[in-house]
Ligand binder design. Sequence first.
Ligand code: PLP
Length: 365
Amino acid sequence: MTGRPRPAIHSLPAYRPGRSAAAAEAEHGIVDAIKLASNEAPFDPLPSVTDAISAGLGQINLYPDHGAADLRTELADHLGVEVEQVTIAAGSVGLLQQLVLAYVDPGDTVATCWPSFEAYPLFALLVEANQIRVPLRDETFDLPALADAIETDTKVVFIANPNNPTGTVVGTDEIEHFLRTVPTGCLVVLDEAYHEFVTDPRVTDATALIADHPNLVITRTFSKAHGLAGLRIGYAFGHPDVIGAIDRTLVPFAVNDLAQRAARASIAATDEMRTRVADVVAERSRVVAALRSSGWTIPAPHGNFVWLPLGDLAADFGVALERHGIVTRAFPAVGVRVTVADAASNDRFITALSAAATDLHVTPR
Ligand SMILES: *Cc1c(COP(=O)(O)O)cnc(C)c1O
């Protein structure tokens, strides 16, 4: 290797993005594959959003507003918080990385339940932190066990609610109880990338918790419900000190002007977003009902995806589904995550899953 990369870089696995449909077609010699691997929105962008982007095209010779003042003001209004309590970044993964950079030194610990979002361990490795991974319980974050696992040098705890890849949620009262037991010197990052898709009544708006818990920071994104994954923009809100620390680690001009414009137009189109989310949620119910009636075990999903806890069969099912034209995200020895998309794609997935089970000589489980 050229130069002398830090040892941590050698041990860093590359982030594994969802496989493209084209890659699956080439490998398996098939046509019409569909990608249900990255929890992308199945809809075209809203006209009001593409108009807002078009309006900015004539100014791409200029740097964007690094502080995103207009967007922050509108987000603060939308969330009902002060403008110093909210910030933006290049995707909520950008925020997660910034939080780790701002709070975690080499040798500190970072805690989460597992399996969860794959970016958490990557960022911990990047800063040479030690990791605590508490097993999920019934495919769900086990907050009492996570609280017990926290050590004095634990600087950051990640809670994904809903969890990715399992789609399960914990109730807001459980999170509040957890916050009361966590030392205030430990930052609790509540990753709500799929917040808009949650239908469990135990999950209420966690924004109310930030007033009493300055060590809580909530991250959300325009990538999933708002369908702007390609523009890379997410936001965080919490105590102004935490927001300030995040801001100090933002790469200058990381959030481009077109993304800021699209995000502002998306906030203005919240009603349309909700209608689209309701369509996905209705499809999710339909898919789950169909799979369960065929005998599959599916934990209650609250994101725009479903989870098949297939254990040792997960990798084989991932390949078998691909041969039938459905690209999913298989977590070897754990399970398979499948994005809920439009009805036609979902029907193809349901059919492909039965065909994959037949190919593998297994019955639904
Ligand atoms: C998709 C996702 C994100 C972030 O997405 P961005 O596109 O970076 O905003 C964050 N957390 C979880 C759990 C996700 O699934």
